[in-house]
Structures are given as structure tokens and as C-alpha cells.
Design a protein. Structure first.
Length: 293
């Protein structure tokens, strides 16, 4: 296996093994898993992608998430984001899927608003627009390492709240239903995620994050925005322009990502599978400490 560096200090293209190799060979899985722990974003090119192949690859890394209530693929392991109707026409600009695409353009981490949250996401683009529609990534691990020591000390044991309704509310107050809101109550995680494979710390926050325990609300909102700006500052991101056959996997513990816009009237259809984090991925330490009974 060969790795080609893509981004500023993170992200790499995997050359050699493809998704099918990882699905069937322990050796290929171990090599790709090690690259994932180290580089946070992995690109595979020229993949003969199908739902089955994406599923077989993704399942190697852990249990899969089931799509959210009221999403297009509810109850399946696929999260589909598309502006293409089943009959091939495009949705109008005020359609829920168009709003979802806009919300997706906020810097975020998949499923930090869930318990358990996500370890990783695997994304394939099935229909590409003629231009735009890139996906951009930033490393929260490198963001953490660039923070002054005093800030890191202050944040290391802090806990922050995440709510899907918070980020959706930035796009439209009507974007999510009462049913969706009830299905996803706010959750709290430590602001620093330590990777047990290498001991490296990362910030853990996203556009879904709205409060920090013990910090006044306006101060917390300002700090959260500043930390996202710091992490995603110019020169620190990797922007991926998709080609047919590309598949990207990223580590939600330590990567922020966002979709980029594309021209109106052009189709874009992506399929994501999401791997759930377990205690082996460092999740246990993310939970608020509870006093022993
Ligand atoms: C996602 C996502 C980015 C994109 O599917 O989780 O954020 O470019 N996608 O569509
Ligand atoms: Mn996402």
C-alpha cells in the first residue's frame, strides 16, 4: 500500500488496496485502518462503487448507523443527500433536500449530536454536477495542536452540548419536525477526543455545538465560533474536487467537513455510510464523569 499526501498535515490517497480488498482481507483492513488512524481522511480512486460494496467496506470498521428519522433512506444504513427525485427531475430550491444541502455547507462533524456518535463516514458521489460540489475538510487534531497551551488546558476537561436542531435552525426554523426533534435530544461530550491508537488529542465540536458547561452562553457561542474559525482557517483545509469512482472516508472524531455549493439546476447525488464509535475508539472517556454510587 502506498499513501500520497493530500492536505496540509492530514488526508492521504490510498494506492493499492481498494474497497473490495478491505472488505475481504484482514491484512488490507489492518493497513487501511492504520492509515485512517494516522491521516484522518482517506481517498480511494477508481472504485466500482455500489451500495453493496460501500456497505461491505464500511462494516469492517464497526457497527453502522441507521439513517435518521424522516431522512430519505430512513431505517437503512445509507444516508442519501440528493437533489434528484426518483423520476430524474430536480427538487425546487425551497425543497427539504435543498435546505439539507445548504445545512451541509456549515462546518460539521457527522452525528456528534447522537449517542453514540460516529467514528467515521464513508462517502461516494454517485452523480456529480458539472462544476462545484466539492467537499472540504479540516483537521480538529491539528487545530487542537495549534492552540496555545493555556487554551488547551482550559478545554481539556470541558464538556459541550450538541443538538441537531441547533445547526438546522441556522438555515430555517422550520427545517426539522417535532418528530425529528424528539428523536434527537441534545447530547454532551468532552471537548477533546483522545485517539487511543496514538494518544493524539483533537478538538471535538461542530456547527451542531451550542453550549459549554460552566461558560456563560454568549461567551460559549463566541468561543465555539472562534475554535471553528481557527481550525478551518485558510491554508489549513483540504478541498476535494470529486471525480467519478472516488470514495472518501473520514474520521469524525477529529475532522470537520462541509459540502461546497454548485450551480442551480445541476444534479448531485451522494451516498454516505456512517460507522458508530465504540469505547475502543475512545468514546468512554468522552462521557461526563458520573460519581460512583
Ligand atoms: C455528508 C456530508 C458533504 C458533501 O454526507 O455527511 O457532509 O460534500 N457531505 O456533500
Ligand atoms: Mn456530513
Amino acid at each position: 500500500m502506498e499513501l500520497i499526501r493530500l492536505g496540509p498535515g492530514f488526508a492521504a490517497e490510498v494506492c493499492g488496496p481498494g474497497l473490495a480488498d478491505v472488505a475481504r482481507s484482514d491484512e488490507a483492513y489492518q493497513a487501511v485502518r492504520a492509515a485512517f488512524e494516522e491521516h484522518s481522511v482517506l481517498l480511494f480512486r477508481g472504485q466500482p462503487i455500489t451500495d453493496e460494496l460501500q456497505l461491505a467496506y464500511s462494516k469492517r470498521f464497526g457497527p453502522l448507523e441507521v439513517a435518521k428519522a424522516a431522512s430519505r433512506a430512513e431505517g437503512t444504513p445509507f444516508s442519501v443527500l440528493t437533489n434528484v427525485e426518483p423520476d430524474g427531475t430536480l427538487v425546487p430550491p425551497d425543497h427539504k433536500e435543498a435546505l439539507r444541502a445548504r445545512a451541509n455547507q456549515l462546518w460539521h462533524t457527522d452525528s456528534c449530536f447522537k449517542d453514540p456518535p460516529a467514528l467515521a463516514s464513508v462517502l461516494s458521489v454517485r452523480i456529480l454536477p458539472g462544476s462545484g460540489g466539492e467537499t472540504e475538510f479540516a483537521s480538529k487534531r491539528l487545530g487542537w495542536e495549534r492552540l496555545p497551551q493555556s487554551t488547551r488546558a482550559r478545554l481539556a476537561d470541558a464538556y459541550a452540548w450538541h443538538d441537531y436542531a441547533h445547526s438546522r435552525g441556522k438555515i430555517s426554523p422550520k427545517m426539522i419536525s417535532e418528530r425529528e426533534r424528539a428523536a434527537l435530544p441534545p447530547v454532551r461530550w468532552r471537548l477533546r477526543w483522545r485517539n487511543p491508537a496514538n494518544g493524539r488529542d483533537s478538538l471535538y465540536l461542530a456547527s451542531h455545538t451550542y453550549a459549554i458547561d460552566g461558560v456563560p452562553q454568549d461567551e460559549a457561542q463566541a468561543l465555539l465560533a472562534e475554535l471553528i474559525d481557527h481550525t478551518t482557517a485558510p491554508g489549513h483545509t483540504y478541498m476535494h474536487g470529486w471525480q467519478p469512482g472516488d470514495v472518501i472516508m473520514w474520521d469524525n472524531r477529529c475532522v470537520l467537513h462541509r459540502g461546497r455549493p454548485w450551480p442551480d439546476g445541476e444534479p448531485r447525488h451522494i451516498v454516505r455510510t456512517t460507522i458508530t464509535a465504540t469505547d475502543a475508539d475512545g468514546l468512554a472517556e468522552m462521557r461526563p464523569l458520573t460519581r460512583a454510587a
